[in-house]
Design a protein around this ligand. Sequence first.
Ligand code: F6P
Length: 322
Amino acid sequence: MSEIKKIGLLTSGGDAPGMNAAIRSVVRTAKDHGIKVVGINRGYEGLLHGDIRELDGKDVSGIMNRGGTELYTARSEEMRTPEGVEKAANICRILQLDALVVIGGNGSLAGGLDLSKHGINIIGIPGTIDLDLDCSDYTIGFDTAVNTSLDAINKIRDTSCSHERCSVVEVMGRNAGFIALWTALSGGAEEVLVPEDPVDRNAVVEQILENRSNGKNHNLIVVAEGVGKSQELAEYIESTTGIQTRATILGHLQRGGTPTAKDRMAAGIMGYQAVKAIAEGKKNRIMIVKDGKYTDIDLAEGLAYKREYDDSLYKIIKILAI
Ligand code: F6P
C-alpha cells in the first residue's frame, strides 16, 4: 500500500473524447492502490467553489465509451489570476489532497504549473483534440476528432463530386494545424491552410485551376480554425475561378463522439501511469508519449518545450494532390 491517501481529479479546458476513459483509469488504478479519489466538477472553477464528489470504482462504470467528460469542464478566468491560484492551492490543502491529477491541454496544465508553485503536487494527463502539447507525441482525443472530421469530409465529397464543386472545410485547431493536416492527408485534400504557415489564397486558386485542367471535377480545401475565414475563401475561389464553392465549418462536432480504440488506449495507459507516478512519490509530472513509448517528464520542462513546425505532412499532401 502506498503512503498516498487521497488525490483530486479534474478535467479542464475543451473536452476531448477519451477523457472519460482517463477518469475511469485514474479512479480504478487509485482503488487498486488504496487511494481515495475526489472528483472535482467543472475543472478549476469547481475546485475554486469546492464542487466535489468522492469517486469510487463503481462510479466510473459504463463511461469509457462516452465522449465528453462526466466531471464536466470549464475554462476558468479566476485561475488566471494569482489570487485564484492561491485560493485553489488552499482548497487543495483543506481537502488534504496528496496530489491533483489534471486532464487537459496546454492552458489547463499551465494552471497546474502555477498551482505546483504553491506546493501542490500536479500530475498532468494530456487531453485535447488539438495535439498541441508539444512535449507529447500524442494527446487524448486527437484520433477521434480526426476520424470525425474525415467522416464528415467523406460525406461532403459525395455532394461536392455530384455538383462538380469546390468544398472548403474548416476543422478545429486554434493554434495548431494537426487536425487539418491529418484530415487533409487522409481525406485527399488538394490544399490545407494551417496557422503555423498559411498559404496565400492565390496559391489555393492556382492549385484548383491546375487540378481542373488535369481533369479533376471537384476540389477539397481544408482550413484550420486558426486560419479561419473559410466563407471568405470560398467566395474568393468562386469569384476568381467561376467554380461553385461551398464552405462547411465542422466546429464542435469534432469534440464529441465515442472515443476510438487509440484514444481509449492512451487514456487507459496514461491514467494508470499517472496514479503509479503519484504512488511512487513522483512530483509535478506530465504523462507523455515519446518515440512510441508512454513515459512522464517534469511538468515545467514539458510545458516549456516548443516543437518546430514540421512541414513534411504538408509536402506529402501537395504531392498527392496532383
Ligand atoms: O479544445 C481545443 C479546441 O477545440 C480548439 O480546437 C478550439 O479552438 C477551442 O477548443 C474551442 O473552444 P470552445 O469550446 O471554448 O469554443
